[in-house]
Write a protein that binds this ligand. Structure first.
Ligand code: HEC
Ligand code: HEC
Length: 364
């Protein structure tokens, strides 16, 4: 308890200083919250995920969201009197592990005091008691009116008002921006790669901040989250470890996947350069490159080959005689000779050994 009190005194000065220098901005806080969104949700239907939901966090005793499994440390902090308010949140978000030693919130903390103040302001908008106070000091009636006027759809959107020419008279033609936002796939030959670059060393920092929580500092995987490195020479084992280095054929898949889907829960929050840097770091973790200064870019991307590429073959089905002829496919009695069993399912012994089927379905 003493620890919390002492820390509390220190932070009061900090909050005051931060506020004096900076008027907190919930809009900026929304951007900061992207860092939290991998684990926390707010707003309507917010659910606890990796971390507890953060609606109505002000006035909440630490560690008390129903059904969320907190660390013993967080529960103890709440029992010792920690209640979330501007001050305790500030202390916690600057250095979570210092404020609640033993917390399982795997987050290093926010370095910039403006980020802390802004994200707290943003959280207030999801607090039923405080939502009304956000931005009040600054905005006079006039400003509110301008803000409302600005909400009218921008001219660009009006240009793309419904166009009823299509077959069903529905919808409108997608704008170029909308198409560009969807069109992010990258092909093995590099088509679709954005211009950009990033080094192994930059990637290491980004990976530690955004990915290591789940995938481990070295891609070894935390708990049951996926392993991203290692596994070389295991492909013929009964349980192969399939990673980027041991299994994936093309680097384009790494770029595309990370850009499209990671970090889990906060997908598409990384810049193109960030994805280059992280991809470079993943190459380093998989021993494909060994220089921390190595810089991956759209220029040298195609020069990199993953170790298992040679074991993949292009899908050439449509050149095979059978498909090329475009005959009607055979659907009945297609095999000229009598049918015999030539192979057995190995792990699950599902192929019947005897006539009465009793040996089927056993697991060995
Ligand atoms: C990697 C996942 C992760 C990230 C990122 C993360 N948190 Fe957490 N957070 C957690 C977990 C897990 C807990 C529960 C901690 C415990 O039980 O020790 C938690 C607890 C909290 C609590 C205490 C809530 C309560 O009910 O007592 C607050 C407040 C909080 N986080 C805010 C934030 C904010 C704001 C950010 C972003 C700046 C953030 N967290 C980033 C996982 C995360
Ligand atoms: C909150 C946990 C979490 C975080 C943070 C996270 N990932 Fe993932 N990652 C996952 C999960 C879960 C999967 C598997 C998803 C699936 O199979 O649908 C995955 C899959 C992957 C894969 C594919 C692995 C494979 O062999 O199939 C890569 C590559 C990857 N993540 C990279 C990253 C990178 C890079 C970051 C940081 C920018 C990141 N992840 C952050 C949870 C996370």
């Amino acid at each position: 308890m003493l620890k919390f009190l002492k820390a509390g005194l220190l932070a009061t000065g900090f909050v005051a200083a931060a506020n004096a220098a900076y008027a907190a901005d919930a809009g900026e806080g929304e951007k900061v919250f992207r860092k939290c969104a991998a684990c926390h949700s707010v707003g309507e239907d917010a659910k606890s995920r990796v971390g507890p939901q953060l609606n109505d966090v002000f006035g909440r005793q630490a560690g008390t969201v129903d059904k969320f499994k907190y660390s013993a440390a967080m529960v103890a902090a709440g029992e010792a009197g920690v209640v979330w308010d501007e001050q305790t949140l500030t202390q916690f978000l600057v250095k979570p592990r210092d404020f609640v030693s033993g917390t399982k919130m795997a987050f290093a903390g926010l370095r910039k005091s403006a980020d802390v103040a802004n994200v707290i302001e943003y959280l207030k908008t999801f607090d039923s008691d405080l939502a009304g106070t956000v931005g009040q000091e600054e905005s006079s009636g006039e400003e509110v009116q301008t803000a409302m006027a600005e909400e009218a759809p921008p001219a660009a959107a009006q240009d793309h008002a419904p166009d009823h020419d299509g077959a069903f008279g529905l919808g409108r033609v997608a704008t170029e921006d909308e198409i560009a936002a969807w069109d992010i796939d990258v092909r093995p030959d590099g088509l679709g790669l954005p211009v950009g670059k990033g080094t192994v060393a930059d990637g290491e920092v980004l990976f530690t901040d955004n990915c290591a929580v789940c995938h481990g500092d070295f891609g070894e995987g935390v708990g049951r989250w996926p392993v991203l490195a290692g596994g070389q020479d295991t492909l013929t084992d009964s349980r192969p470890v399939k990673t980027i280095g041991s299994y994936w054929p093309y680097l384009s898949t790494v770029y595309d996947y990370v850009k499209r889907a990671m970090p889990f829960g906060n997908a598409r929050s990384l810049s193109d350069d960030d994805v280059y840097a992280i991809t470079a770091y993943l190459l380093y973790l998989n021993d494909v490159v060994d220089d921390e200064e190595f810089e991956l870019s759209n220029e040298n991307f195609e020069d990199i080959h993953l170790p298992n590429e040679g074991n993949f073959i292009p899908d050439d089905r449509f050149e095979e005689a059978h498909y090329a002829k475009k005959d009607e496919p055979c659907m009945t009695d297609c095999k000229p000779a009598p049918v015999t069993i030539t192979m057995r399912a190995q792990v699950l012994d599902v192929t019947p050994d005897t006539d009465d089927d009793s040996a089927g379905g056993q697991i060995d």
